[in-house]
Structures are given as C-alpha cells and as structure tokens.
Design a protein around this ligand. Structure first.
Ligand code: MLC
Ligand code: AMP
Length: 496
C-alpha cells in the first residue's frame, strides 16, 4: 500500500534535491520520482549481487546524502530491513546495536569501524555525482532485477534503536502499516499537499527525519531538499515547510529577526522531539507571523498528539491526539494505543497490555506507557509537563543516564558516577556528571574527560562536579532530583 502509492507518483514529478550550497540561495536541481524509483531498483540489484535477500537486515551508516537515500530506496526495492545507524556514535554505542540486530551488511563510508561485519563503502552502481554522471562503472553486476522481485509488499521495513532507560538501546521494528495511517492523519491535520517542499536537515536515523521527513514526502509525492545537517541559514524561496527540533528555532531566531521574509513565506514550521519553550515560540511568531506547530511522538508510536494546521495552535501544548490514536493519562503518565504503536521490541516477546488497567482479553488495546508526564488543558490539548522515565534529551536526541554512567564503570580513581540532565539555553538539556573520587581529584577528572570520548558528542557530559557521596535513598537508589540540585548554576568545572 505504502510502496504502491510511492511508485504511482508521476515519474516526472520533482522529488528530492541535495543542495550543497551552504547559503542555500541557489535553485535546486531536482531528482524526479522516476529517478528515485530507478535509483532504488539499481541499488536493489547491487544489494542482491552482494547476497542480500528480502527480509535481511542491512545497516546504513551514512550522513544525510544521496548515497544514504539510495541505500534506503535499494532496501525498499528489494524488501530488506533497514537499520539506520547514527554516524556520530562511537564504538561503545554501536556495539550493542550491532549485537542485537546482527545486520548482514553495513553500508558505510568508514568500513574500518565495523570489524567482523561485511561492510561496503563507496558508491554502488546507482550512485551518481550531482550532475547525474555515474561515479562507478560496474559492468559485471546486474543493473536490474526482474520486476517480480522488486518492491515486494513486506510490512517490516526498518529497525530503529532508541535509548531506553535501562542503558542498552532497544530496537523498535518499524512497519509501513505503523507509518501509513499516522502519516495520512498528519497530512490531513497539517493540510499537506503534493506541492509542498520540505527543508529536510533532520538526521535520517531518527523517527522525525526518516518517517515524517523522508517517508512523509514520498507518500505525498511532494518534494524535499535534503541537507547534510542543520545550519541556521536563510531558506531558498521554494521551501514551504520545515520540521525541526526546539534548538533549531532558537538558533534560527537571530536570522529570522534580521531577514524575516524567507520565513514569512513558509506555510508550516513544526517543532517536536522535545518541548518548545514559550519564549522561542512567541519570538518566532513576532518575527515571522507563524505560530510554530508543536507535536509529540516517539519511535515506538510515531506521532501521538499534534496541534492542527488550520485552527487554534496552543503554544506550550502538543495538541489533541492525532486521529486514529488513543491517548489517556494514568497517574499523570501518558499512555497510547492504536495502529501506529509498535508491537514489541526487537528480540523480545510481543508486547501485551502493560498496565493493570488495560483490561484483559484479546480485544483489549495494548496501552503503551510513554514514561512522559502530561496533563490535559481545557480544550483537550495535551501539555507535556515532565518525564517519569530517567531520560535526558539533548538537542532532540535521547540520552540514557544509565548508558552514560556505564561508560565510566571501573575507571581507576573513580568510585562512582551519576548522570543527570541539566537545563541548557541552546540544547534544552545537557548531560551533567557527578563523580565520587578515590584519590587524586585532578587525575580522576582527567580520566573522566578522556573516557567521555567514548560517547558521541551530545551524550558526553558537558559539566562535571565532584561530590563526597551520591544522594541515595534508604534502598540505595540514586536520587536524581537531589543530584541535579547539587550542580551549582553554571559554576561547575567544564569537562568537554
Ligand atoms: C551531533 N552529535 C551527535 C548527534 N549529532 N551525537 C549523538 N547523536 C546525534 N544525533 C555530536 C557530534 O558528533 C559532535 O561531537 C557534537 O555532537 C556536536 O555536533 P554538531 O553537529 O556540531 O552538533 P550541533 O550543530 O550542536 O547539532 C545539534 C542539533 C542536531 C540539535 C542541531 O543534533 C540536530 O539536528 N538534532 C536533531 C535530532 C533529531 O532529529 N531528533 C529526533 C529524534 S526522533 P564531537 O565529538 O565532534 O564533539 C523523536 C521522536 C519525535 O524524538 O517526536 O520526533
Ligand atoms: P524518541 O524515543 O527518540 O522517539 O523520543 C521520544 C521522546 O521525546 C518522548 O517520549 C518525549 O519524552 C520526547 N518528546 C517528543 N516530542 C516532544 C514534545 N513535543 N514535547 C516534549 N517532549 C517530546
């Protein structure tokens, strides 16, 4: 269903541009839907020649680029399951994911980082340079597969790993049926159309960029300009939509205030993945006349709640439930059920009703507990007021305190550590680390700083303090609220 809609778009329709101009003022060169289909089929033939079969897991470890899109399209055309890997991740972060997912192939620009895995770097036969010329001649490889082997109707299409609260990331199987109904509901709610042009600078290894950004575009037959990463640049005139995280809008604000016109022209600015502060929302409104549309989702559920495209957008709320999604609050915690909710973590038993109040019997919806604390306002809009789970969100990226703490286990001179999220004006939160030292403090802090390099940048502690002991309750459980309070406002030694 999802694939047939993508394949049915007029092959001449513009679909994707990868603009390399940092100022982004140049008009974009568009690949059409016909081009994307052909590139996918060519990449599928290459994958098949590498021994990949439908249903196999293929890791994709690339920055946002045409190669990355080709890898996704090739897997879709062959029916392989995509495992997007965050290229910022260090070995310690990648290892559990590779162990649990066991991909048959890794497509990467850094094959030396995947010892023991069959990895491939460099352009596959579909890859072309910006002007469309082939980069790579591969006369011995098949350039196409028979039509009956292409675009098979398989529902499981990707595995996205998300930082759980246990420290070990968990794989969330992603199906086209989870995505399809949710993306259609959002399209109606946000009044999306095939004429939209999305500024797509979100990384394609998360739900936000991959599902809403790339697949939302492919489903609607609209256009996206894919950028390697976010930069607070002026937008080219053809852009109509932006999906971003709160940090983006804060970084963009001075640009918007100096030259608001390219932002006033937009049809829609969306913020999600973390809470948007009222001051930024109001300042963007004052500069551009646009009230940023806030919505709330998760890797396990796709989008849960959203403000409307047309109608009242309430700043500081994430809106009512997305049509087709049921949301309830149990002891203040947001629970979700519906067709867009996942059906179990990779390698674990299928999920069943998780709450004692879920009822019993086959018809009972399996309510998923998000770990987010919410409250309804008088218009039935949800406000996210906190987290019941131990999770830090840095620039829209989930960081598990347990995963951070585990990195320091056994470090000489360090008796114990505790990680917490500290408020940050740019990234919403940053990681703070409290250290209990055995012996020389300067040596221990140097070791902590060095060990931090085993984590990708956003997970790395930005502030480190030394304590005599970590605050614990009578059962020995770390009291993270008290630990946060132990960080003096901005005066802790910097460990980055
Ligand atoms: C960058 N770094 C990362 C990272 N991105 N580390 C882990 N994960 C990431 N995603 C590291 C870099 O390697 C670098 O490390 C350091 O952080 C700074 O990199 P940078 O590129 O200079 O970062 P910066 O420009 O500050 O980027 C911050 C940002 C960007 C907020 C603009 O991270 C971003 O666009 N984030 C969006 C995240 C997102 O898409 N979230 C959606 C989750 S889905 P070093 O070693 O060089 O210092 C979800 C569901 C939902 O939550 O509801 O949407
Ligand atoms: P992820 O597991 O990466 O999909 O992140 C999902 C989490 O991001 C949610 O459980 C929330 O904690 C958080 N989140 C997503 N959108 C919002 C939002 N609009 N406001 C507050 N938190 C959000």
């Amino acid at each position: 269903m999802f694939l047939s809609r993508f394949l049915d778009h007029d092959p001449a329709r513009p679909a994707l541009a990868t603009s390399h101009d940092a100022t982004a003022t140049a008009p974009s060169r568009w690949l059409t839907y016909g081009d994307l289909r052909a590139r996918g089929e060519s990449a599928a033939a290459w994958l098949a020649s590498e021994g990949v079969r439908p249903g196999d897991i293929v890791a994709i470890h690339l920055e946002n680029s045409l190669d990355l899109v080709d890898a996704h399209l090739g897997c879709m055309a062959l029916g392989a399951v995509r495992l997007p890997l965050n290229p910022h991740y260090r070995e310690a972060e990648l290892t559990p994911i590779l162990e649990d997912a066991a991909p048959c192939l890794v497509i990467t620009a850094a094959p030396e980082r995947f010892p023991g895995f069959r990895s491939f770097s460099g352009p596959h036969p579909a890859a072309q340079d910006r002007d469309g010329a082939p980069l790579h001649e591969a006369p011995d490889q098949p350039t196409s597969l028979p039509a009956d082997r292409l675009w098979p109707d398989r529902d499981l299409t990707a595995l996205l790993f998300t930082s759980g609260t246990t420290g070990r990331p968990k794989g969330v199987p992603q199906t086209f049926s989870m995505w399809g109904a949710n993306l259609d509901a959002l399209a109606t709610l946000w009044q999306l159309s095939g004429d939209d042009c999305l500024w797509l600078a979100l990384p394609l290894f998360h739900t936000h960029g991959l599902v809403l950004g790339l697949h939302g575009t492919l489903l609607r037959g609209s256009r996206a300009i894919l950028r390697p990463r976010f930069e607070p640049v002026l937008l080219p005139g053809e852009v109509t939509h932006v999906y971003g995280v709160p940090t983006w809008y804060r970084r963009w604000l001075p640009v918007m205030q100096a030259d608001p016109e390219p932002f006033r022209r937009l049809t829609l600015m969306v913020s999600g993945s973390d809470g948007l502060d009222r001051a930024t929302s109001d300042a963007v409104y004052a500069a551009t006349g646009h009230r940023i549309l806030e919505r709330y989702g998760m890797t396990e559920t796709v989008m849960i709640c959203s403000n409307p495209g047309r109608g009242e957008r309430r700043a500081g709320t994430v809106g009512p439930p997305v049509p087709g999604v049921s949301v309830r609050l149990v002891d203040g915690e947001v629970q979700v059920s519906g067709p867009s909710v996942y059906s179990g973590y990779w390698g674990q038993p299928l999920r069943v009703a998780e709450s004692p109040r879920s009822g019993s019997g086959a018809e009972a919806p399996a309510w998923f507990s998000t770990g987010d604390a919410g409250e309804w306002d008088d218009a039935g809009y949800l406000r996210i007021v906190g987290r019941k789970k131990e999770l830090i969100i840095v620039g829209g990226v989930n960081v598990s305190p347990a995963e951070v703490e585990a990195i320091y286990a056994g470090l000489p001179g360090v008796r114990e550590v505790g990680a917490v999220g500290l408020p940050d004006d740019d990234l919403n939160e940053v990681v703070g680390l409290a250290v209990v030292v055995d012996g020389d403090v300067a040596e221990a802090l140097a070791a902590v700083r060095e060990r931090g390099q085993m984590l990708s940048g956003l997970k790395r502690p930005r502030r480190v303090i030394v304590l005599d002991a970590l605050p614990r309750n009578a059962l020995g459980k770390l009291q993270r609220g008290a630990l946060k309070a132990a960080f003096p406002g901005g005066s802790a030694p910097d460990a980055t």
